[in-house]
Design a protein around this ligand. Structure first.
Ligand SMILES: Cc1cc2nc3c(=O)[nH]c(=O)nc-3n(C[C@H](O)[C@H](O)[C@H](O)COP(=O)(O)O)c2cc1C
Length: 391
């Protein structure tokens, strides 16, 4: 939801600065490009290296240092690029500076130059927070449409239970998603996605496989999740990191994939069968088949047709079923045949150059026969278009 967004996270000298490490890591997990700017006081409480490691970006804490930041005026270029500024924790001192237009450290200078929306998460001792000067300064920032999240009540660093704790990172993340996150047009939908290629055992050391990498299915799962869908991802022999906060259900064979699909089918609104499923399986030998000079014949039996099972299942009505066709010859004619025979709502036709690649050139054909060729594009762009077509 935050892919393509640049967020400046300002860290000031409050004891809650350790919580900002969690906030930064959550913003990264949602795809944001995060730049941390620290005050000198903040660097006494948490090391810049922590943020550098979590964000993968240099940390700005010295306005006059050119180290690591390869632009002539970093505070202006960063300010121009930002989609959002979050200052967490925000000290009484920083609130005072910002409300009164001071710019004498990297953070207040960058914020002064930045036109993006701003969130502060104040954290301080309860008496500091209640101080009319602090309240007046917070009021000034709110009047300029700055958002103030917290502080909340709880145990403070000084030992008392009162107001002053920094809001939890999750609350700040939620507000961030609401402010600048991508649209949630799949919220409330449950999407079942299969990805990868099944493997059929021949003997304890060999199997029949195919060249599917799982990249397409994983890209669809990631995009669906970003757009708010609940996703069940059934993954066959995929060697990729799990998409954002998803735990793929791992299967190896076509039979295992069928069982997992049937178990998840009932609650799905949309089924996207992106996996390459073996058409044939072997009655696996218990011991390794020994080498000989004779011809080896393996009698293969057809696997269950998972798509057919899905489209003929009771409860299919109301579900959108999407299949993939990969053909070496007569791509469109074969894809159209499969669309009809399997009673699909949409078919994604692609050729074998798609296997393992980061890009794909596909043609989308819907139930009404409408055909839409897409130019070659990254699998994440193709995934977005497939989900748009489903919508
Ligand atoms: C251990 C420690 C914890 C502090 N925690 C806070 C705090 O939670 N909130 C706050 O406003 N000031 C806190 N301060 C005081 C600030 O660090 C101090 O006002 C400093 O000048 C703030 O600088 P900055 O706003 O540039 O980060 C703390 C100081 C120390 C030594």
């Amino acid at each position: 939801m935050l892919k393509g967004k640049t967020i400046i996270v300002g860290v000031t000298g409050g004891i809650a600065a350790y919580k900002t490490a969690m906030l930064v890591s959550r913003l990264k997990a949602w795809g944001a490009d995060v730049w941390v700017v620290m005050t000198a006081a903040a660097t006494k409480l948490i090391g810049p290296l922590t943020f550098r490691t979590l964000t993968g970006n240099p940390v700005v804490y010295d306005l006059f240092s050119q180290e690591d930041i390869h632009t002539p005026v970093p505070h202006i270029s960063l300010a121009d690029r930002a989609d959002l500024v979050i200052i967490a924790p925000c000290t009484a001192n920083m609130i005072g500076k910002l409300a009164n237009g001071l710019a004498d450290d990297p953070l207040s200078t960058i914020v002064m130059a930045c036109q993006a929306p701003k969130i502060i998460a104040p954290a301080m001792n309860c008496n500091m927070w209640r101080n009319p000067l602090v309240q007046g300064n917070v009021g000034k920032l709110k009047a300029l449409n700055w958002e103030c999240i917290g502080p909340v009540e709880g145990k403070l660093a000084c030992g008392v239970e009162d107001i002053g704790r920094m809001a939890e990172p999750e609350e700040i993340l939620e507000r961030t998603l609401a402010l600048i996150g991508s649209k949630q047009d799949l919220k409330g939908k449950h999407i079942l996605i299969t990805a990868g290629g099944t493997q059929e055992t021949i003997d304890p050391v060999r199997f029949i496989a195919n060249r599917s990498s799982g990249k397409m299915g994983y890209a669809i799962a990631a995009n669906a999740r970003e757009r708010g869908a609940e996703v069940t991802l059934i993954s066959a022999n995929v060697d990729l990191p799990a998409p954002l906060d998803l735990k793929p259900i791992k299967v190896a064979t076509a039979d295992q994939m069928l069982a997992s699909v049937e178990a998840a089918l009932q609650k799905a609104d949309v089924v996207v069968m992106a996996a390459a499923v073996a058409d044939y399986k072997y009655h696996a030998a218990k011991s390794k088949i020994k080498k000989s000079n004779q011809k080896l014949k393996l009698a293969l039996t057809p696997t269950s047709d998972i798509l057919q099972r899905v489209t003929s299942a009771t409860g299919r009505a109301g579900k959108t079923i999407v299949g993939f066709a990969l053909e070496t010859d007569n791509l469109i004619a074969n894809a159209r045949k499969k669309l009809k025979e399997k009673d699909l709502d949409l078919i994604v036709a692609n050729d074998p150059t798609t296997f393992g690649s980061d890009s794909a050139k596909v043609v989308l054909i819907n139930k009404l026969g409408k055909q839409r060729p897409l130019p070659r594009a990254s699998k994440s762009v193709v995934a977005r278009e497939i989900l748009n077509a489903i919508l």
